[in-house]
Design a protein around this ligand. Structure first.
Ligand code: SF4
Ligand code: SF4
Length: 441
């Protein structure tokens, strides 16, 4: 039987988010294990491709997760519109593993929304899923457990304005630039969002490396509305200035907020109201702790606000102030699940059309990478918690899968070489490995 120590040794972290160490998550005991296969970010398809091409290993990983947490039941939450994929997975399911077809809304993959949709249980604000006897894990993480080997690759979809939309499995540490070149961007003047269009981040450095939690690289013309919106989203001063000048307090952002619909206290319109009365200052006091239950889905900014304002960023920048000041939510403000929740879910069709995404190919077939990777820069921190300490030095020769950095605390994950070669640089943030010609022979 696989243990959490082995999972730590393999360096497995949550492949779909901030990189929470998987061995820590699977140390909990819970009756229900939920697979987050919602993949609700537009244009991303790598999880579906993993399920399609690696179902057997995925189910091996799923059974391991169930054993580790002692779950009697597992639920695979996947969009009902992918009926062919569901049919393919069905033969692997037994009476303790069921598939829950999700409706096609955003953000169906928000962990708390997923738990509510699949079990009817509402996790309270500031609480973890374990309080509802549930552990949630995403597809790629479960697949990595099923593989039973160190994590040296990451899956991502490359899409948007490209000639070849694809999902690929790449060695960790390869540059975004190299991955993008395989997809052949169709426009010269383009910008890249790392992740999905809703929650991804505008990429400022194409030489940065793919990490364990990478999920997508999306190319857009620089004048596409999403690029312009994401540019402002990353500018704290602009968000504050626009917020204090233009919000009419209609509160549609709060009415459509998925966390608010689940009864959490977050009220983006109040975060915007604060900007009006605080002259654009993100305050750090108890009156703003409602923002801590924002899941940063950006639905309020990119879809709900009729004025095109930035309520999600008002919440996010406020959360940062609160966490710097170490102010936590003291409870209160919860309202119970909204009776109209199922009518207020944001249909994906609307997201696609409002964000002008229908003009791009919405598929990401899994393809082999077209060239050998001869250089990687493997970051020492790809997870929540302390960074790893390197175990190798310049000039060392390493094999793919060899441990090259280790974490001294439990909240961390080991790092392994993703290609064989020579260590050409070790600095504060990464180990660079190159496959030199003489080594390749
Ligand atoms: S941010 Fe937009 S949706 Fe929210 S209250 Fe202001 S104008 Fe309305
Ligand atoms: S980003 Fe906006 S819609 Fe999403 S949880 Fe936060 S406040 Fe709610």
């Amino acid at each position: 039987m696989i243990t959490t120590d082995q999972i730590k040794e393999w360096g497995i972290v949550g492949a779909g988010g901030a990189g929470f160490p998987t061995h820590v998550k699977l140390s909990a005991k819970a009756g229900t294990f939920i697979v987050n296969a919602a993949e609700c970010e537009p244009l991303l398809h790598k999880d579906k491709e993993i399920l399609l091409h690696h179902s057997k290993l995925f189910f091996t990983g799923l059974r391991t997760c169930m054993q580790l947490i002692g779950a009697q039941h597992a639920i695979i939450g996947i969009k009902g519109k992918y009926q062919e994929l569901i049919d393919l997975l069905q033969p692997y399911c037994t009476k303790d593993i069921t598939i829950f077809p999700l409706r096609n809304f955003y953000p169906a993959g928000d962990e708390i929304s997923l738990i509510y949709e699949t079990t009817g249980r509402a996790v309270a604000a500031g609480q973890l899923p374990i309080t509802q006897d549930v552990v949630v894990q995403n597809v790629e993480t479960i697949y990595n457990i099923g593989r039973q080997q160190p994590v040296t690759t990451s899956f991502l979809t490359v899409g948007g304005a490209v000639a070849k939309t694809m999902s690929v499995e790449v060695p960790i540490g390869v540059s975004y630039r190299q991955v993008l070149s395989w997809a052949e961007p169709l426009v010269e003047n383009y910008a890249v969002i790392a992740g999905g269009p809703m929650m991804g981040k505008l990429c400022t450095d194409l030489d940065q490396p793919v990490v364990k939690s990478s999920g997508g690289l999306l190319v857009f013309p620089k004048d596409h509305q999403l690029i312009q919106r994401h540019q402002i989203m990353g500018d704290e001063k602009a968000v504050a200035k626009i917020g204090r000048a233009a919000c009419d307090q209609c509160s549609i952002c709060t009415e459509l907020c998925p966390r608010s619909l689940l009864g959490h206290p977050v009220k983006p319109h109040l975060a915007m109201r604060n900007l009006i009365f605080s002259d654009g200052v993100f305050k750090a006091d108890q009156s703003m702790t409602h923002t801590l239950s924002c899941c940063e889905c950006n639905l309020c900014t990119l879809m709900a606000c009729p004025e095109g304002l930035y309520p999600s960023q008002s919440c996010i920048y406020n959360k940062r102030q609160l966490s710097q000041a170490k102010i936590t939510h003291q409870g209160g403000g919860e309202q119970g699940v909204h009776p109209l929740i199922s009518y207020r879910r944001m249909p994906m069709e609307k997201v696609m059309s409002r964000l002008d995404l229908n003009r791009f190919v919405n598929k990401g077939p899994l393809m082999d990478i077209p060239e050998e990777i001869t250089k990687v820069r493997v970051p020492l921190q790809q997870h929540i918690g302390a960074p790893c300490q390197p175990l190798v030095k310049q000039g060392d020769r390493v094999e793919a899968g060899q441990k090259i950095a280790t974490c001294s605390t439990n909240l961390g994950a080991e790092i392994h070489a993703s290609i064989a070669g020579e260590v050409v640089m070790v600095d504060q943030v990464a180990v660079t490995i190159e496959k030199k010609a003489e080594l390749a022979q």
